[in-house]
Design a protein around this ligand. Sequence first.
Ligand code: BGC
Length: 715
Amino acid sequence: MEKQALETLLKELTLDEKIGMIHGNTLFETKGVERLHIPPLKTSDGPMGCRQEYQSTKWFPIGFSFDYTSYLPSNTALAATWNTELAYETGKVLGKEARGRGKDMILAPGINIHRSPLCGRNFEYMGEDPHLASELVVPLIQGIEENDVSSCVKHYALNNQETRRIDVEVEASERALREIYLPAFKAAVTKAKAKAVMGAYNKYKGRYCCQSPYLLDEILRKEWGFEGIVISDWGAVHDTKEAAETSIDIEMSVTDNFDEYFMAEPLKQAVLNGEVPESAIDEKVRHILYVMNELHMLDGERNRGMYNDIADREKLLKVADESVVLLKNEQNQLPLARKDGMHILVIGDNAERAHSNGGGSAEIKALYEITPLLGITMQAGGNIRVTYEQGYNARTKGRIWDPDNHTEESWQATSLEEGADTPQSKAAQFDEELAQRAVEAAKEADVVIFVGGLNHDYDTEGKDNESMKLPYAQDELINRLLEVREDMVIVMMTGSPVDMSAWVDKAATLLHMSYAGMEGGTALARVLFGDVNPSGKLPETFPRILEESPAHVLGNFPGDDFVNYGEDIFVGYRYFDTYNVKPLFAFGHGKSYTTFAMKDMRVIADEGASHTVKVTVENVGHMAGAEIVQLYVSDEECSVKRPKKELKAFTKVFLQPGESKEVTLTLTEESFGYYDENRACFVAESGVYVLGVGDASDNIMLTEKITLQNEITYK
Ligand code: BGC
């Protein structure tokens, strides 16, 4: 439909009809207008696939047998691939699944920056770096929206903790906002043209995010030119008048008193008694109609999508493959050679646990989930004996994938109540019997693989962790096992960094993976056996201990009524580098079974501040593999304090043994500036900048200097 036709349609709507379109009429849908062929807007969570169907007014799953769906790798897993093409492929699958399930909007992706390792929802987000998140979110959204489904970028903005998420007020400087917390949202809106944004629960500058003139009107609409829908997080609107006056278009919540929502009957009354002009409602409906039209919900031919497409599993496996990060391989223990008659012992609760059905709104009723134990056994083949010991007791429910788990009321029913918690079982104490069995078995096996870490009792919505320590007394168990098997392969499966200081120096072989979707266990096994050469890199810094993590040293976390982001722009490696704190594993770190050399760095000055950087990468080892070339920019002399270096470009290159390729990285003016609060714009000062290329933030292999002759400013 043409814009004019949409305006005509808008004029035909009665006040009641318009009000129906701007608030939840069920837990996940708005009201349509049948007489004008305007359908309801159907939404669904969330980042890791399309959630199971809930009753329209109660947080009980309907219990259909036909809403089992693909379980996608978490955004943290996707971020570890550093692969923009895979981000696009993942988006295509997510959008296709959502559309196949009849949805109009998928409540994804989550792109809040990892500020603290303790945030329970980190696994839903893309790590600590604004550039990495921006580069991945754009193709991800494009992939989703190709299916005539709206993405919904969340949670805008500064929602970096779960503690008091409903009402905490974030105190962050304008510079931190612009340099760290907004870039991925800006890229989503201005580059990917995302059709929807979800307003966060928390407050900023004295206003709830969903009623924030600054975040919504000034930045999102005016600066970024956003024409799509702003939808509230579920229960994040608190005031009728403020919501009417700011650019929030749809109010959703978790309760079933739909007519009493702030943007329902109370808003209608406010219009009728002249407190709010009807034009304010029209503006909201205008955004909704615009998106509906773009999605072909009003006319034209609409993509029909599909879910559980077998071909897509292959793609999700690829993402999972590339998400596995090899942190240490000191004795070249990996890859494991398959030998007939060998005995592989797998230890650890996470080896046998399915994670898809946990985490909060990101839960998925997975069609299936390959656990590490299943993956290893499948990939080992029949001539190898694989045995299992639990080792530690994670007293959480749903040890194995269990359809009956989905008959309980969701915790979301009470998620707005004070003190509301997602269920978290008490961390179990050391279990001598389980440990003893594991230690004895470990002495006998040819290969021992430990798969531990966190689970969705810890990586979960609605709750942050109290410590970075491994739960279930895993440290003690790992130490006991390392005493008898110093060659044990350790796999940490977590959505956030964990404290490994109790044993990491003794461990020679260590891998990390996040929740990697339905084929996660297959991917891990393929990496262990060398069928896939690991190519993931950490999308965030792993501090040695929590006390060395910037939000906990310089800022505060989780605060109380207020949380002060005192570390400012020094988030993640920006802090560790600048303050010379050695992390356990640096941002961008990840090893391969082969070796890469980087050489012949050339910098070509283009227009203005733009530069092209060329580097030759050679696979000098014996196995095909992929390297991620990372380009960091340092402004060595600047009138303000800046991070020692910042990631500004990267690319992933696949090489056969002996093969070399020249890769090209591009820097634009946006690669050089810092945010100047006084001038309210980014400033790239004139002078010398160092461009550093490496395979990790702590391993810069080549550098070149460039000079910007003139100062450049940009928004
Ligand atoms: C979460 C959102 C989610 C919504 C709907 C809220 O609790 O914060 O991310 O999309 O619920 O389930």
